[in-house]
Design a protein around this ligand. Structure first.
Ligand code: PLP
Length: 400
């Protein structure tokens, strides 16, 4: 009897719940992004945005290398390619991770504090090596407006601009490190090319000032990532499935060409390390509607899936854009609730009211059994989510 029951369970349909990735589109987009960079500029991929082996394998031959921020990411980078250049940033590097990085042939460390410079030096000396470092500076600002300021206020990243003297002294004195330049990553999800250029102009002026003040010469300047993706509908549009204009990379790079021409000639390399902008558009999170119901005046659409797979909308407190794919199949014996032309709130399968993917967005028509396709889900989606909360099955991951 129990055997028969098991078979019955296995025969029941599993609702749609998957991430779908377009690797061909991703390769094409990143290829164009890289091709439009001016001379001296290089594009690293910040793999924390999405470190799936399929994504890393797609990008490894196109980008200048990978930016990693943990020992685990170093391992993933090496699995993607024995020779892919890797730069190692991020706060709180342990001695073991520093040793692993040296062993893995990491090109450069982005040093986040004076103590970290000492740690890198000590591990390098023990290994009979000298590590190239960029000093990561946390600027005082003011900055052009962007969604999240990563510096300029109090954040844990980098070295306070006002304490840079101590770090420069350590970098000059320590036997296991060699100063190669500065690292600045101050913005996240910036949609404005002109704001980004303004920020890079500020970086140029700051760095040339530090070169004079500390008597050093940069070989490499790393300007971080932070090029944004627009998740919001176009102004005036009622359709939640469309998004507004994206960061205009061609116009940005043509202006960048002019700006980089004003950088000192000895800055041999200007590195970008972008995550979101390279991969976000090429992931879609597809979930089946399990129920549609009205509770106390709110029309809820309940899906198989939720923020344990796709935490981005909860983390950013936004309604994530999605399309409704109509599915006509439906068992005759069951009622089929629907919402037509009304505002709906899309929630997942977790037993918490915070499991919300979109709130009060107007849809033409959605029924139980239809599939919602959340677009621009390729970066900071699966990667940042608490997968095992409530022990639901994980989504499928389909790469093509
Ligand atoms: C997260 C991060 C990036 C990538 O940021 P995006 O906004 O995804 O481009 C680059 N550099 C550092 C130091 C980061 O922490």
């Amino acid at each position: 009897m129990t055997g028969g029951r098991k078979d019955n369970i296995a025969d029941l349909p599993e609702p749609v719940c998957r991430y779908r990735y377009d690797l061909v589109g991703m390769a094409e987009h990143v290829g164009k992004v890289v091709a439009q960079l001016p001379e001296r500029c290089r594009m690293f991929y910040a793999m924390k945005a999405n470190s799936a082996p399929e994504v890393l394998g797609t990008l490894a031959p196109i980008v200048a290398g990978f930016e990693v921020a943990s020992g685990g990411e170093i391992t993933k980078a090496r699995a993607a390619g024995a020779d892919v250049p890797v730069v190692f940033g991020g706060p709180a590097k342990t001695p073991a991770e520093i040793a692993q990085a040296l062993d893995a042939g990491v090109v450069r460390f982005h040093a986040e504090s004076v103590l970290e410079l000492h740690r890198i030096s000590a591990v390098a000396v023990a290994a009979g090596r000298v590590a190239d470092v960029l000093i990561r500076v946390n600027l005082a600002g003011p900055f052009p407006p962007a969604t999240i300021a990563m510096a300029g206020g109090a954040t844990q990243f980098g070295i306070d601009e006002s304490r840079l003297g101590d770090a420069m002294h350590a970098a000059a004195e320590l036997p296991g490190v060699r100063f190669a330049g500065f690292h600045l990553h101050s913005l996240s999800n910036n949609l404005s090319p002109s704001a980004h250029l303004e920020m890079l102009t500020l970086y140029r002026d700051k760095i040339t000032g530090w070169e004079r003040r500390f008597g050093v010469r940069c070989e490499v300047v790393n300007v971080g990532g932070g090029i944004g993706v627009n998740y919001l509908p176009p102004t005036g549009s009622a359709s939640h499935g469309e998004v507004g204009p994206q960061f205009d990379w061609p116009s940005f790079t043509s202006e960048l060409d002019r700006l980089v021409a004003t950088f000192p000639p000895h800055w041999a390399e200007v590195d970008f390390e972008c995550g979101r902008f390279l991969v976000a558009p090429f992931g879609t999170y597809e979930v089946e509607v399990l129920d549609v119901k009205r509770n106390h005046g709110t029309q809820y659409v309940v899906v198989r899936g939720g923020t344990h797979h796709f935490r981005l909308p909860a983390s950013w407190q936004h309604s994530h854009p999605f399309r409704v794919r109509a599915v006509d199949d439906w068992p005759d014996a069951l009622p089929r609730p629907a919402a037509t032309g009304s505002a709906v709130t899309v929630v997942g399968e977790l037993c918490t009211p915070k499991d919300v993917l979109a709130r009060d967005v107007v849809v033409d028509h959605v029924r139980a059994g239809d599939v919602l396709e959340f677009v621009h889900a390729g970066a900071y989606g699966w990667e940042i989510s608490h997968h095992d909360f409530l022990s639901h099955p994980h989504p499928e991951h389909v790469f093509r």
